[in-house]
Write a protein that binds this ligand. Structure first.
Ligand SMILES: CC/C=C\C/C=C\C[C@@H](O)/C=C/C=C/C=C\[C@@H](O)CCCC(=O)O
Ligand SMILES: [Zn+2]
Length: 701
């Protein structure tokens, strides 16, 4: 919520408005935070209002930003103050009362109805009281609840009770116990419900949208707070539950879950089959996953099968044949793999992420199918989540970096074991560029550039970027540089042992690190607060890589007028070519700022003749090449860029392509038209985020 302050209305007006938003009204729930901004004389109104609201105890000033934009040829002071209300629930992204009652396990029983686009059935929640409580509060979004029961007894329930509903968090479902549930007492509550056809967690593809064109396909994506669209749950990473599930689907479709299969499905009436699963390791709600389609599998390792539609299975089995190698390096580095099975499911192109670490069954995008295993590092990343994230879990989305920073570190360490230190350094060089770009996108003083941002009542999708990944990895590399690699890797194994099965936040991380290295002078001077709560870029690590130097040399030659030749990059790692393109994009952006990009643009066809970028099958290279063309203002590749944005729903590619297209008026219309067509084929999360990006681009133009 943003309030733009002008000096036409006085302090009293904005004070009343801010207080009304923060307190809420009979028909509008309170907003968790407000940004007040104003320039010139309005800046002092912003300051007055913010100070008064804080004095009244309604909210705290969580961020202040001063800038001096030019207004009418003169620099005027501008002040933006973020006021954040105290968050009344135990998790910033959930309404659930898991500080009073916890869901220890559940049994999910659902039938997939492709015709109606919903899942229908029940969930039996096994809860335990932590203190005496009258009700259990669960998260939901759009669920049609038809009943709640304790055995055969009907329970009272209410949706959105006590104003707990919002666009960002959905609607609380409060179920009242017939008598208070005492501490340590258990109860099993059954809720009957069906999901909404527009549930953000679920994408249903028509047969025409699949490779085989014969059968529909369904898959879910619950991270960060979308599990509540699938089931009433305590949708916070701070609660872990084991589960059993029975999912019924029309034959001959196969159902897969983030769990171990109970074997062959049972046939049920109406030409359907019921699949059963057990996940005995307690997991947070965001790791629940379901997929259903015409799926086949191939064994690719001791504990691993790859699943996909039949048309792609051979290509998938080849691409991911290094899975066992990653697994054994992961076990050597981080400890025993406890999940039994490690399968991969290759989804349709609309899958919104590179990979999702659903336990026992990693979901991956088909954009990894480069034909040469060069993009399988995403699998190393997802395997690393088997320890960081899935066993040792961020307590809330405000410390997401404890999942992703550790995992990025671990992924690169697996790669060091595969290809050597120099290769890990090369990856780091690429990541430094990525971090710079992501920080620039939010703006260097933005809350979301912190390693631990405040996210009360915020949909974590809005805060998502590479920052928790790379800034987190950099913090760990910094700590490693203080104690040495061997001791740091031993610490990682100790960290896994310490936090396995539980959750942690940055304070738990810090105190265990200091406990582990007690008495070690090297770790005494760590500036923890700047790492955790400082905005913008951290100190960049010194990168020393022969592989990166080769790239720098070629980049300098190309920019110095050399035309390039295929042999230049023969035998290169694709990550080197990625770095080359990233560096060219960086250069083109600088030139575009100075309105001098024509020279780079004039070289694109020449470089393409040398390196065949237009023909690449590697999605990372294709994406960078098309971005370079867009930054250069190359009209001849706009259609190719639009084609990639339409065909691939992986947000890492789709969002930057749309954003770049939308920067210029003419292309913006093309981008909007493309989105209007492609929207229906995207996953709901991609559709939501691209719509936001395009709206923002329109507003800023
Ligand atoms: C500070 C950020 C706070 C919270 C973000 C929490 C969750 C983000 C949510 O939007 C879900 C993210 C899911 C990510 C899944 C996989 C990624 O690792 C993929 C990375 C990009 C890619 O390779 O396509
Ligand atoms: Zn990850």
């Amino acid at each position: 919520m943003e309030l733009k302050v002008t000096s036409k209305k006085g302090t009293g007006f904005y004070l009343r408005a801010a207080a009304t938003f923060l307190r809420g009204t009979a028909d509008k729930p309170p907003v968790p935070s407000i940004v007040l901004s104003g320039a010139g004389s309005a800046a002092s109104i912003v300051a007055d209002v913010a100070r008064t609201i804080e004095k009244q105890g309604l909210a705290k000033i969580s961020h202040l930003e001063t800038s001096f934009p030019e207004v009418g040829g003169r620099a005027a002071p501008r002040l933006a103050a973020t006021l954040t209300a105290p968050w009344p629930y135990p998790d910033p992204g959930s309404y659930s009362n898991f500080d009073q009652v916890v869901v220890e396990s559940y049994d999910l029983d659902q039938e997939i109805d492709f015709d109606k686009g919903v899942l229908r059935g029940s969930i039996l929640l096994h809860v335990r009281g932590l203190e005496s409580s009258n009700s259990v509060v669960l998260d939901t979004r759009g669920l049609a609840v038809t009943g709640a029961f304790l055995g055969s007894e009907t329970l009272q329930w209410e949706v959105g009770s006590k104003g707990r509903k919002s666009e960002a968090l959905g609607e609380a479902l409060e179920i009242y116990f017939p008598k208070p549930l005492a501490a340590k007492e258990t109860a099993s509550i059954r809720v009957e419900y069906s999901t909404a056809p527009d549930a953000v967690a679920v994408q249903i593809l028509s047969p025409e949208q699949t490779m085989g064109k014969q059968h529909p396909y369904l898959f879910t994506q619950c991270q960060a707070i979308h599990a509540r669209c699938l089931m009433p749950c305590q949708d916070t990473p701070g609660v872990k539950s084991s589960y059993k599930a029975k999912i019924t689907a029309p034959a001959p479709l196969t159902v897969l879950m983030s769990a171990v299969s109970e074997g062959e499905p049972e046939s049920v009436e109406g030409g359907k089959r019921r699949f059963a699963f057990t996940q005995k390791v307690p997991i947070p709600s965001y790791l629940l996953a379901i997929a259903c389609g015409n799926l086949v599998s191939r064994k690719i390792g001791q504990r691993s099968h790859v699943w996909s539609e039949p048309e792609a299975i051979e290509a998938c089995a080849f691409e991911f044949s290094d899975t066992d190698k990653f697994m054994s390096i992961g076990e050597k580095l981080f400890g025993e793999y406890v999940w039994g099975v490690y399968d991969l499911l290759v989804l349709p192109p609309s899958f919104p992420y590179g990979g999702m670490e659903n336990p026992c069954l990693t979901f991956v995008t088909p954009t990894l199918l480069a034909g040469d295993k060069s993009l399988a590092d995403v699998v190393a990343h997802e395997i690393t989540h088997s320890w960081f994230g899935n066993l040792c879990t961020n307590r809330s989305w405000e410390c997401f970096w404890l999942n992703e920073g550790f995992t990025k570190f671990g992924e690169c360490r697996i790669m060091q074991n595969m290809h050597g230190k120099d290769y890990e350094q090369l990856l780091l060089r690429n990541l430094c560029l990525k971090l710079k770009e992501d920080v620039a996108l939010f703006g260097t003083g933005h809350e979301f550039t912190k390693l631990c941002p405040r996210l009360p009542g915020v949909d974590p999708d809005d805060a998502f970027s590479g920052i928790p990944y790379v800034k987190g990895q950099m913090m760990l590399l910094h700590l490693e540089s203080l104690v040495g690699q061997e001791r740091f890797e031993a610490y990682l194994r100790a960290h896994v042992k310490r936090f396995t099965g539980g959750c942690l936040d940055e304070k738990d991380f810090k105190s265990f690190f200091l406990e582990h290295f007690a008495g070690e002078p090297a770790v005494q001077g760590v500036d923890w607060n700047t790492w955790f709560y400082g905005c913008g870029l951290p100190p960049m690590p010194e990168v020393d890589s022969r592989l990166a130097k080769e790239v720098d040399l070629l980049c300098a030659s190309l920019l110095g007028g050399y035309d390039g030749a295929a042999e230049d990059i023969k035998g290169w790692f694709p990550a080197q070519t990625e770095l080359l393109l990233d560096r060219l994009i960086d250069h083109a952006r600088e030139q575009a700022e100075k309105k001098q990009v024509e020279e780079v643009k004039s070289k694109l066809d020449v470089w393409n003749a040398a390196y065949q970028f237009d023909q690449t099958k590697n999605s990372e290279l294709r994406f960078r090449w098309l971005m370079l063309a867009l930054v250069c203002g190359d009209e001849s590749r706009v259609d190719a860029a639009i084609a990639m944005a339409k065909e691939v729903g992986r947000m890492k590619f789709t969002r930057p392509l749309y954003r770049e297209l939308a920067k210029q008026a003419g292309r913006r219309e093309k981008a909007k038209a493309a989105f209007a067509v492609a929207k229906a084929t995207y996953h709901p999360i991609t559709a939501k985020m691209v719509a936001q990006d395009l709206a923002k681009a329109g507003a800023e133009s």
